[in-house]
Write a protein that binds this ligand. Structure first.
Ligand SMILES: *Cc1c(COP(=O)(O)O)cnc(C)c1O
Length: 388
């Protein structure tokens, strides 16, 4: 690092994502860190923990991006990068002691819920799902009761994907800690520029870096930032043993994407809020879901704990699934594709996936707002809605 960790503690995260993870400022050093395409490193005798030996154990080319994400999340440790968001979530779930209880949102990202269900079916964990936007229900589930142990891990996702429910982060962290549970927050949709769960007291924060952090729809990666040294070590051990270490090239793409995170987030958040307001007036749209709207039940909490309301907007169409499929067939600026958080705007009808929960309405379209001109985006979307 060109500067000590303490230097970044004074800075805003939008500066950190530009300034951190760079080589020392010695005469003749490159401004950007080198990328090493080597699976193995010269090594004799007993290697120390700090020296590179084999790229699955730890890939030194990924350290700069790990520093940037750790500092942006205001973590005491660097992030641990994984080969996908799901690999990162798998490593986080491995922190639950055998048979421990996992409390998680009933509408968490469907991959996360699928993994939790599989672990529960194997007897590895006990699973309770909760409406994460209803704090009383979450608090009751954390405590357990009659034949039901208190939670070992509370998993929070806020906003949830794709229903955009808002959890009261600080309140839930406090309630979980009271029963001795650790708290993990999936911060994929908000990014560290939108909210910093470690400042609420959360123990770990998790990302699908494939989304906003990478930001260009060209890589698959995950990241975890842990507060305790013990969790940090467990995550690194898990990654090494399970072979979930990402490649140097993806680390390079991620670091390059992170440099413009603030610009991209500012633009897509602003456009998402504008489009949400315009969509509320379109006759083909039955419901608009975005935390920026006064009509959103989590608006006040989102306003208190977030800066910006995110770049994802969900809409329900009056014409049902057929109308939603027709919209996806008629846009030319909005790419019909899954994923979110890229510079290019995307949309999809979520229930086209057989695995999506039935609580997600058939007509729901998730819009991921990119960085294009907002009037062009509106013109394209509104003509597709008019025709759908
Ligand atoms: C995409 C996503 C994941 C999974 O990440 P991958 O990189 O696709 O493995 C996890 N959580 C949320 C909220 C996501 O949107």
């Amino acid at each position: 690092m060109a500067h000590p960790r303490s230097f970044f503690a004074e800075l805003s995260p939008d500066t950190t994502v530009v300034a951190a993870g760079r080589p020392d400022w010695n005469q003749g050093e490159p401004v950007n860190p080198p990328v090493l395409f080597s699976s193995t490193f010269i090594s004799r005798g007993v290697p120390s923990e700090a020296e590179p030996a084999y790229a699955r154990y730890d890939n030194p080319s990924n350290h700069p991006a790990e520093q940037v994400i750790g500092l942006a999340e205001a973590g005491p440790n660097d992030a641990v990068l994984f080969a996908s968001g799901m690999a990162a979530i798998d490593a986080a779930f491995a922190l639950i002691p055998p048979g421990g209880r996992l409390v998680m949102p009933a509408h968490a990202y469907n991959g996360t819920l699928g993994l939790a269900r599989q672990l529960a079916a194997q007897g590895r964990v006990r699973l309770s799902t909760v409406p994460i936007d209803q704090a009383d229900a979450v608090v009751a589930a954390l405590a357990g009761g009659e034949g039901c142990a208190p939670a070992a891990l509370l998993w929070i996702e806020t906003p949830t994907n794709p229903l955009l429910e808002i959890a009261d982060g600080p309140a839930l962290v406090e309630a979980a800690h009271q029963v001795g549970a650790i708290v993990a927050v999936d911060n994929t949709l908000a990014t560290p520029l939108g909210q910093r769960p470690l400042e609420w007291g959360a123990d770990i924060v998790v990302h699908s870096a494939s989304k906003c952090l990478g930001g260009h729809s060209d890589l698959i990666m995950g990241a975890v930032v842990a507060v305790s040294a013990e969790h940090d070590t467990s995550l690194r051990d898990f990654r090494r043993i399970h072979g979930a270490t990402p490649s140097a090239f993806d680390g390079f793409l991620l670091l390059r994407g992170l440099r413009t995170l603030a610009l991209r987030t500012e633009r897509s958040n602003a456009s998402a809020a504008t489009l949400a307001r315009r969509l509320e007036t379109h006759p083909a749209v039955e419901k608009v879901i975005h935390p920026s709207l006064a009509s959103h039940p989590g608006h006040a909490i989102a306003k208190a704990q977030m800066s910006g309301f995110g770049g994802v907007v969900s809409i329900e169409l009056a014409g049902g699934a057929a109308a939603a499929d027709a919209v996806a067939a008629q846009t030319r600026s909005w790419a019909p594709a899954t994923s979110l958080g890229g510079v290019e705007s995307m949309l999809e009808r979520r229930r086209r996936w057989p695995g999506e929960f039935t609580d997600v309405p058939e007509s729901l379209i998730r819009l991921s707002v990119g960085v294009e001109n907002v009037d062009d985006l509106w013109a394209d979307l509104s003509q597709a809605l008019d025709r759908g």
